[in-house]
Ligand binder design. Sequence first.
Ligand code: ZN
Length: 249
Amino acid sequence: MKIAIISDIHSNLEALKKVLEFYQSKKADSLFFLGDLVGYGPSPCEACDLMKKYIHNSVMGNHDYAVSYENNSVLDTFNLSAREMVLWTRNKLNEKSPEYLEILRDLPLLRETENLTFVHSTPYRPQEWNYIFNIRQAYYMFYEFKTQICFVGHSHQPYILEKNPADELTLIDSNSVTIKKDHRYIINIGSVGQPRDLDNRACIAFLDISSGSGRYELYRLDYDIKKTQHKMRERNLPKYLIDRLKEGK
Ligand code: ZN
């Protein structure tokens, strides 16, 4: 089975189109999306349209939640420009069709297949939108999902954590790893529309696996950042959000 996984699109149409094209060229069996379709970026309606058409295995991100549920406390955890963009995005979607907000509201918090878990934040209480910041937190997270691999997004920073049968954890400093049958993994697949690891290229990950063994690989794709930034300027979006796309942070 070969699948592709993407996360944190954040209304960035140019980056999303690029990863979808790449996905189609690689001929995988299915595409999973780890949430945060909207927020930060200039094209929320177009991103929703593409998700509806091409992405059928999605989970909810904290920005999707904040945009689609009014009067929620999660907004208090957002910085000023993120909060501004939640309100801007909600208006834009509502203006075009309230159905867009329903699509976001209907996303599940977690998906599980026989061997894989997909969640935006953490497998433990995903609705609390916590991050996995260090190895110690990650160690406990391995007890919170049953499958061999758990894919997460949320921090926009890719990493691979491997746990061996002796319960030892290793942070693998690479974009790829050979998946071993008796090992377990937490893998952050980075972000499509707003990478924050000082590499401004969009992320798309592939997993080729059969009976617990296989190969995981993260790809980075150049996209037309200037075009996205131009749209953001036209729509008067915060300068800080425009600059960070180029910087990749
Ligand atoms: Zn995000």
